[in-house]
Structures are given as structure tokens and as C-alpha cells.
Design a protein around this ligand. Structure first.
Ligand code: G6P
Length: 490
């Protein structure tokens, strides 16, 4: 243990993620405006006081000149962030291409891109090369900043090649890797041309974490079936080296949501919404505009519900808040127009001169306040992802329901279904008839059942917090190292 000001210094934690938790806007040749984001990972790590955390990642902007890069590096240092500079071509091939057009859909069971096979194979290879190159660039920056005793925590599908690059620099480095998406069945993973290289790299880490036990199990099966390694109750063993694999379900900072409910602007906004939708029940959907979120299917289920229940037509409204994302990827552009088209058709079909059944609101980014404002006064939330690593919107909704006791309709294919399943109404989002029936059930649900379901989920959300998640992962990563040292000494 090192010492600082007469006290043991906190252990340094290097958090490596594709994106830094700040958005950077250039204001001049050497000046930048930075805004911290309020994402789940940032809150989780802010709550972990026993480590001295720094972030390493891409700032999300192209900075081709040295002056701009130096100024941004300096500005970010004040926020304990260290940038990795990626040029436009790398971003195109690595981020838009390999990460978001190949790995993201594959890991969510949407398969590999359906292009001409040869063209796919050719572009696949160049995208994979860019992916490895980008991961190597992250590794270079980590290595420059690494000090003995640090813990390095790599995040998500963007950085599957990173553990191997880091261990090549320094085999003593403590490296953890956590996946925020599902890890699919090994039968899906084996369709990926670079399947073995990615698995081999990930198991170079000391600890590999997933949101659910199923994802961890799929990963171990992929290593045994594709790499021929041995799966053990602790993880995967390769020539005597054990990589621990386990589930660490992420949570939220529930206190932050609960405290916000009594704030005067929230109360004021609730009053406004109540007046605006007086006499109507309010349903809410909040999603990144992503194909995995099942937005078209959700809206079609709502249409079916209106079709089958004419008595509800002027008594319910769906607020569907969409946050655009990855807008350079063609699949995402197609989705945006598809959603607009379906909403327009349904509003034309069931709307009146004074009211429409769906309010489709596209927000550039979702500010926490706006989320509270809306979710504290809704009757039913619809989270109908086709696949989702965890889905924290469902947790945030539950945290806001202390007074309203709103009902959560939740996809059985979201990681959150494993923890909130008993309190939510679980649905198969592909089964539009089933979702329509669940909407009716939720709207008609008696108060005592709402209360019971809410209590179950509220207890879970308030006891399994993001801070606890981060603290557990890092402490297990430290333990993994101790175990390895003991094993070598024996
Ligand atoms: C998911 C991923 C994150 C990612 C986020 C936003 O939650 O697991 O790693 O940062 O989506 O996507 P973006 O591509 O905008 O960073």
C-alpha cells in the first residue's frame, strides 16, 4: 500500500470505456466546453469512495490538430478523464462498423449483417482490423498512465480486444472486463468470423463480469465449445490459468430518484401533466432509438390494444420518449423513419381533433430531471426490448413510483426481468397480442395488486444499487489477484 499525506493512498482505478462520461464541444482553437454525463456507470463509480477513479476513453469528437488535442487533454484532466483520440476513418470502421453494425446486433440476437457474403467478408475484415487497432490505441493510453498497484476495469463490447493488449504490455496488471450487453448463446457467437480471437482476448482478463448468470453461462459455453477450454464453477481454465467469470447485476443510484420526487419543480410538473391528461391514463416508454428496444413492436401492440378495446380509446395516452443514437449507422436511420411512419398512421387512425393516442417525443439526450418529471406521474411503463443487457429505465421507473405505484410491463428478454420479474408483468415483445392484453391488465389492475408488485420491485431496486455493484466487482477483482498469488506460491 502506498502512502499519501500520512495516510494510506486510495487504490487507483482506471476505468476504460469507449466513451468518456463527458460531452465535449469545441469553443475555439484551444478551448473546450465540457459537460459531465449522468449515465449509470458514472453514478456507480462516483458512489465508490474507496478508490481513486480515473476514466480513459474517446471524447466522441474528431480532433485532428495537436493544439486542439492538447487543450482537450488539459480540460479533461480536471474531470479526471484521459482521452483516446480516434480519427474519422477509425471511428467509421471501428465504432460505426465493427461495434455497432456487427457486434451490437449479433449480441442482441439480430444476427450478422445481411449483405452479399463476399462483400461482407471483405468489409468485415477491414472493420475487425480497425477494431483491433482502436483497442490497441486504448491499450497504449492505459499503459502510459498505469502505475503499479492500479486496477484496470475495461467496459463493454467495444473493448473485447483490450484485456489481451494490456496483458501483453504487463502480465502483472490487474485487469477486469465487464459486458453491458447480453452475451448470446454460444451458437450465435460461433457465427462470428473473429469468434475465437475475441474470446481468447477476453479470457486474458483476471475477472470477467456479466449482468446475469445466463450471459456468464453462455460465455463459458462459448469458451468450452469454440476454444475447447475447460469450464469450471469459477470460470474458464486455460493451461492452468483460471479466468474468473461471474454475474454482477448492475443497479441504479435509487436514492437520487427518490429524493427528487418531492422537489418543487417535479411536483409542479406532475400537476401540469395531470391537468394536461386529465381523465386519461398515461403510459410511458423511454428508449434510445435502437432496434433492440422493440419500439415499432411496442407501438403496434398499443395499436392492437386500442383496436380491441374501443372503450379505452379516448382514455389513455402513450408518451414514447426516444433518444436518437448512432445516427451515422444506416440501420438506425431506417428505424427512425419506420417509427415516425407507424406513429403517424396510428394517430391518424385513432386521433381526434383535440387529442392523439401517441405522443412521440424525440429528445437529443435524456436529462434526469425530464425523466423524473414524466415518470413520477405515469400509470404504466412499457419496457419491451427485444433483447437488453439489463435496462435501467425499468429500475428508474420503479424508483419513482413511491406514491403512484405505477405498473411495469417488462420484456422477458431484458436482463432486468431476472430481478424485477416478480413485480412486473413479463411479456414476450414479439407477441403483440400478448403485450396488448398485458396493457389492458395493467390499466385495470386493482390498487392492492399494484401496491404488492411495487413493493417487491422497490425493495430490489433500493437494495441492489449501482454503488454496490461497482464496489463488489472491484473488490472481487482484487481478490482474484490475491488468489492467483496464493496459487503460485503453493
Ligand atoms: C449501451 C452500451 C454502452 C453505450 C450506450 C450508448 O448502453 O452498452 O456502452 O455507451 O449504449 O451508446 P453510444 O454508442 O451512444 O455510446
Amino acid at each position: 500500500c502506498q502512502w499519501q499525506d500520512g495516510r494510506p493512498a486510495k487504490q487507483r482505478l482506471l476505468v476504460v470505456a469507449n466513451r468518456l462520461p463527458v460531452s465535449a464541444t469545441r469553443k475555439g482553437e484551444d478551448s473546450w466546453h465540457l459537460e459531465m454525463s449522468v449515465g449509470g456507470l458514472v453514478t456507480a463509480l462516483l458512489g465508490v469512495k474507496e478508490y481513486d477513479a480515473r476514466w480513459i476513453g474517446w471524447a466522441g469528437v474528431n480532433v485532428p490538430d495537436d493544439v486542439g488535442q492538447r487543450a482537450l487533454t488539459k480540460a479533461l484532466a480536471e474531470k479526471r478523464c484521459i482521452p483516446v483520440f480516434l480519427d474519422e476513418e477509425i471511428v467509421h470502421q471501428y465504432y460505426n462498423g465493427y461495434c455497432n453494425n456487427i457486434l451490437w446486433p449479433l449480441f442482441h440476437y439480430l444476427g450478422l449483417p445481411q449483405e452479399d457474403r463476399l462483400a461482407t467478408t471483405r468489409s468485415f475484415q477491414s472493420q475487425f482490423d480497425a477494431y483491433k487497432k482502436a483497442n490497441q490505441m486504448f491499450a497504449d493510453v492505459v499503459n502510459q498512465h498505469y502505475e503499479e498497484g492500479d486496477v484496470v476495469w475495461c467496459h463493454d463490447y467495444h473493448l473485447m480486444f483490450l484485456p489481451k493488449c494490456l496483458k501483453e504490455y504487463n502480465s502483472e496488471m490487474k485487469v477486469g472486463w465487464f459486458l453491458h450487453t447480453p452475451f448470446p448463446s454460444s451458437e450465435i457467437h460461433r457465427t462470428l468470423p473473429s469468434r475465437s480471437e475475441l474470446l481468447r482476448s477476453v479470457i486474458a482478463a483476471d475477472l470477467v463480469g456479466f449482468h446475469t448468470y445466463d450471459y456468464a453461462r453462455h460465455f463459458v459455453s462459448a469458451c468450452t465449445r469454440i476454444l475447447g477450454l475447460e469450464g469450471t464453477p469459477e470460470g474458464v481454465e486455460d493451461q492452468g490459468k483460471l479466468t474468473r467469470v461471474a454475474a454482477f447485476p448492475l443497479g441504479i443510484d435509487s436514492e437520487r430518484f427518490i429524493r427528487a420526487i418531492d422537489l418543487p419543480p417535479v411536483q409542479e410538473h406532475m400537476k401540469e401533466l395531470k391537468q394536461r391528461f386529465a381523465g386519461r391514463k398515461v403510459m410511458l416508454g423511454v428508449d434510445r432509438l435502437d432496434m433492440i428496444k422493440g419500439i415499432p413492436q411496442k407501438i403496434l401492440a398499443f395499436e392492437k390494444f386500442l383496436e380491441e378495446n374501443p372503450q379505452w380509446r379516448d382514455k389513455v395516452v402513450l408518451l414514447q420518449i426516444a433518444v436518437p443514437t448512432r445516427t451515422d449507422v444506416p440501420e438506425y436511420q431506417k428505424l427512425t423513419s419506420q417509427v415516425h411512419e407507424i406513429v403517424g398512421r396510428i394517430n391518424g387512425r385513432f386521433g381526434t381533433l383535440t387529442a392523439v393516442p401517441i405522443h412521440h417525443l424525440v429528445f437529443g439526450s435524456l436529462h434526469l430531471k425530464r425523466f423524473f418529471f414524466t415518470s413520477v406521474c405515469v400509470d404504466v411503463a412499457l419496457v419491451t426490448s427485444l433483447r437488453d443487457g439489463m435496462n435501467l429505465v425499468s429500475y428508474e421507473f420503479v424508483a419513482c413510483q413511491a406514491s403512484k405505484k405505477g405498473v411495469l410491463i417488462l420484456s422477458e428478454f431484458a436482463g432486468a426481468a431476472q430481478s424485477l420479474g416478480a413485480g412486473a408483468i413479463l411479456v414476450n415483445p414479439w407477441n403483440i397480442t400478448d403485450v396488448a392484453a398485458s396493457i389492458k391488465y395493467a390499466l385495470d389492475m386493482p390498487a392492492d395488486e399494484r401496491e404488492k408488485r411495487h413493493q417487491h420491485n422497490f425493495k430490489h431496486v433500493t437494495t441492489h444499487t449501482s454503488q454496490e455493484w461497482a464496489a463488489t466487482f472491484v473488490s472481487e477483482l482484487n481478490d482474484t489477484i490475491v488468489e492467483a498469488q496464493l496459487r503460485t506460491r503453493q
